[in-house]
Design a protein around this ligand. Sequence first.
Ligand SMILES: NC(=O)C1=CN([C@@H]2O[C@H](COP(=O)(O)OP(=O)(O)OC[C@H]3O[C@@H](n4cnc5c(N)ncnc54)[C@H](O)[C@@H]3O)[C@@H](O)[C@H]2O)[C@@H](O)CC1
Ligand SMILES: Nc1ncnc2c1ncn2[C@@H]1O[C@H](COP(=O)(O)OP(=O)(O)OP(=O)(O)O)[C@@H](O)[C@H]1O
Ligand SMILES: [Mg+2]
Length: 322
Amino acid sequence: MQSVEVDAENIIRAITPALDSSRHKGQAGNIAVIGGCREYTGAPYFAAISALKIGADLSHVFCTKDAAHVIKSYSPELIVHPVLEESYNVREEDKKMISSKVLAEVDKWIERFNCLVIGPGLGRDPFLLDCVSEIMRHARQSNIPIVIDGDGLFLVTNNLDLVSGYALAVLTPNVNEYKRLVQKVLSSEVNDEDATQQVLSLAKQIGGVTILKKGKSDIINDGDTVKSVSIYGSPRRCGGQGDILSGSVAVFLSWARQHIEAAGPDSNLSCKNPTVLGSIAGSAMMRKAASLAFSNKKRSTVTGDIIECLGKSLEDICPASS
Ligand SMILES: NC(=O)C1=CN([C@@H]2O[C@H](COP(=O)(O)OP(=O)(O)OC[C@H]3O[C@@H](n4cnc5c(N)ncnc54)[C@H](O)[C@@H]3O)[C@@H](O)[C@H]2O)[C@@H](O)CC1
Ligand SMILES: Nc1ncnc2c1ncn2[C@@H]1O[C@H](COP(=O)(O)OP(=O)(O)OP(=O)(O)O)[C@@H](O)[C@H]1O
Ligand SMILES: [Mg+2]
């Protein structure tokens, strides 16, 4: 089975909102990243700043206290909430109380977000992951789209009910995360010979969600049609590119949702699923920016260089004033 290569630039042009003086702060997107712990501060930063550089108005990070000061010091643009807790910091008898506190802190904000990115640099602490499971349940009750990446995929692979049947969820596995999902859900090994059919079976088996399988070509599928994005990217595989992708998908997903709601049947896009549209746009944007950064920096290209190229890459497809 073959996936269909899509015209990603046409999708980006259709869903990217015009910059219009009548719009107010927040309308172009208010995104939250749930991630950042003692080990990882880069990943949530990359995801959150990428959301801003694509064009979201506001970008939040909900992370542990240890990570918060570090992330704040990377950028004053981000709104950083030091609310998550890891087991080493919590006494057994306090766990229930602290988990309610964490949830209350996130709940204060959750309705304002157009999309959550769950997992970049989240870590795998069991207590922290239990709290994040509750956050996911609340997001789902409020119909807030969720992009699940990194350690969020570790959580979901072991608790499929968190996303099963939720059409506003996008899973963005890399090669290792995909392998774990396939083993758990399909009880088999990864089949590179017929990758398209396997992604389709995986999405169908989980039910309702969209999967963006990252690799040489990115394969996107919602259990129905399977699309691919293969436009030239970069041969550099520095860590953090998946984080750029997850932040970008969150913004484009929000824009695609607005576009579909506003245009309805008049939309000239054949696909009407915002999670698929957002995934295609995010993938294409990440790859274009990586290509541009690599043409400038060659072997020394790092994630920050790619982030700096997001603006120009979007501008080439969809000029800010035309
Ligand atoms: N600067 C940062 O803070 C970054 C943090 N990241 C975070 O790091 C966490 C883990 O993500 P990863 O993408 O590393 O997770 P993976 O599950 O892909 O890999 C975990 C680690 O194990 C190694 N590994 C896994 N399978 C292996 C195999 N079969 N053979 C040899 N080595 C193997 C990988 O090289 C990696 O270092 C996530 O929370 C992620 O978001 C990454 O996003 C990269 C950047
Ligand atoms: N072989 C490849 N050729 C071209 N692009 C690729 C290749 N592999 C991955 N990519 C692109 O790089 C981006 C990140 O994918 P990758 O598999 O590195 O994610 P990741 O391991 O989750 O990254 P991170 O280090 O941020 O966690 C994706 O958008 C994907 O399109
Ligand atoms: Mg990753």
